[in-house]
Design a protein around this ligand. Structure first.
Ligand SMILES: [Zn+2]
Ligand SMILES: [Zn+2]
Length: 137
């Protein structure tokens, strides 16, 4: 558990938020819904108590899919907040939209039943400080 407050926002800056904290847990989710909603192989989500979030600038669009609410920036598309009404005490922010995501290391992988097969092999790949060499013809 990490005491707050924390601030975050989307890529384009239209949406800014604050969570009074504390941050309860961060999980690395491999579910197909998170993959589709983010366009990424997995998403780190940080859990907070419901009622601790304030939108500081702008207001997100909300899509209700499979009974769960996903908030995102309507201008740049950044996924921001996840809320599952069957667990009303908690919500999750997309960890990498927090201003300091490095301090919210995931403590588990969840929904590995949906995991894309190569996701567990990413740590073995070559690493480049900046761009990888482009695959030019
Ligand atoms: Zn945005
Ligand atoms: Zn998920």
């Amino acid at each position: 558990m990490i005491e707050g407050p924390f601030q975050g926002g989307c890529l384009c800056g239209a949406i800014r938020y604050q969570v009074s904290g504390p941050a309860l847990q961060t999980s690395y989710c491999h579910c197909e819904d998170c993959r589709k909603a983010s366009g990424a192989p997995a998403v780190a989500w940080t859990f907070f108590k419901t009622g601790t979030l304030t939108w500081l600038r702008g207001s997100p669009k909300v899509v209700n899919f499979a009974g769960r609410e996903r908030s995102f920036c309507g201008d740049c598309g950044t996924p921001l907040v996840f809320f599952d009404p069957s667990i009303p005490e908690l919500f999750e922010t997309n960890t990498c939209t927090l201003d300091n995501p490095a301090s919210h290391a995931p403590s588990d992988h969840c929904w590995v039943a949906d995991e894309i097969p190569w996701a567990s092999k990413l740590a073995e790949l070559p690493r480049y400080e900046l761009s990888s060499p482009p695959p030019l013809p």
